[in-house]
Design a protein around this ligand. Structure first.
Ligand SMILES: CC(C)(COP(=O)(O)OP(=O)(O)OC[C@H]1O[C@@H](n2cnc3c(N)ncnc32)[C@H](O)[C@@H]1OP(=O)(O)O)[C@@H](O)C(=O)NCCC(=O)NCCS
Length: 321
């Protein structure tokens, strides 16, 4: 594509040079040096641009720093999460203090492109003993009350990709870093309580009659396994319908159980009304008295007698290994 534009630019320049020369010879000899200069600068600019287009992107992965957290919050957290679910900058700073090696940020050309937050806990390998995402995060959600420096399990807690960088398999790169961390810190398991990002939309399409586990385990999307990740290269495989679970399955995800109260958020009724009015207002639907779907993975229940509303979201506990 760059080549075609380069060719077009050259043609335009030669044609305009030809005409300009003819006119100038006859009428505007005085302008000639100036126009030459303009061509010169135009050529320089064009060469620079072509050079930049060729420059490969610089991708780096680093640990979160106090300085970069406000920018990460603005570019990665806020655009990707409903306001009642987004981590605060204080919580992010806390995580970076408690478990610095477990907080990764990918930059592309020095701009935050993706982030992964992890916690370290002890787990006995029995799915039944896994509690909720909230329990692993602790309160406040900065891992300060749950991080175990001798834990045998790395828990993937939150992944964010900048909107303009989504679809480029950046999560796979960050998960590879997580796998490396498990090895470096001599841990045994890599797990997560994963959020099926397409569940909110799917629920609405099924008239809110789509059980969570059924949604998460439906393997209805066919893909070509070019590199033999699941066996023979070139074979067609069945992957989860949910886009995030599909991506995680490439990384080795195996479902364990439903985390029925992964994220529970209670707010005063007035705050709930504010969310309903300002956050994706056309997606809110009262499916039964005092129960509201909002296009998200979870739903809201209103308690008028307490003047409060509670959001509850299921996630999928899964093991990568
Ligand atoms: C969920 C989220 C992290 C996914 O990131 P993404 O950039 O959109 O997804 P990916 O780049 O991993 O996936 C893109 C494609 O690559 C595929 N893919 C991923 N890894 C792959 C691999 N190793 N080999 C082949 N294909 C792969 C995915 O399956 C997907 O393809 P498909 O949908 O056509 O099947 C991102 O959408 C996001 O930040 N969402 C908001 C926050 C959130 O909900 N986070 C998750 C819960 S913590």
């Amino acid at each position: 594509m760059g080549g075609i534009f380069f060719g077009l630019k050259l043609q335009i320049i030669f044609i305009s040079m030809f005409f300009t020369q003819h006119h100038q010879v006859r009428r505007r000899r005085r302008l000639r040096p100036m126009i030459k200069k303009l061509y010169y600068y135009y050529f320089l600019n064009m060469l620079n641009k072509t050079e930049n287009e060729k420059t490969p992107h610089v991708i780096s992965v680093k640990n979160w720093s106090k300085e970069i957290i406000p920018q990460m919050h603005r570019l990665l957290e806020v655009p990707n999460w409903a306001p009642w679910l987004a981590a605060s900058t204080q919580s992010m700073e806390g995580r970076a203090n408690v478990f610095p090696e477990g907080q990764l940020m990918m930059e592309i050309d020095t701009v935050p492109a993706a982030s992964l937050s992890m916690n370290r806990i002890y787990w006995d390998g029995n799915p039944q003993s896994l509690k909720s995402w909230d329990d692993v995060a602790g309160d406040p959600t900065d891992y300060s009350s749950t991080y175990n420096p001798a834990g045998n399990t790395l828990v993937l807690m939150s992944m964010n990709v900048a909107l303009e960088q989504q679809g480029k398999q950046l999560p796979a790169r960050l998960i590879n870093h997580a796998k490396q961390l498990v090895a470096d810190l001599n841990m045994q398991y890599l797990i997560g309580s994963f959020r099926p990002t397409g569940y909110g939309v799917a629920k609405a399409e099924h008239n809110y009659q789509l059980p969570f586990w059924q949604y998460c385990t439906q393997m209805t999307v066919s893909r070509l396994d070019k590199h033999g990740v699941f066996g023979q290269s070139g074979s067609t495989i069945q992957l989860p319908f949910d886009p995030w679970l599909r991506s995680l399955t490439w990384a080795g995800l195996k479902p364990l159980k439903e985390d029925t109260s992964a994220m529970v958020v209670s707010v005063p009724l007035i705050e709930f009304q504010g969310y309903k009015q300002n956050y994706k207002p056309n997606q809110w639907n009262e499916i039964q008295p005092n129960v509201w779907e909002c296009g998200e993975v979870g739903l809201w229940t209103i308690y008028p007698e307490n003047g409060s509303a509670t959001y509850t979201e299921s996630n999928l506990w899964g093991v990568i290994y």
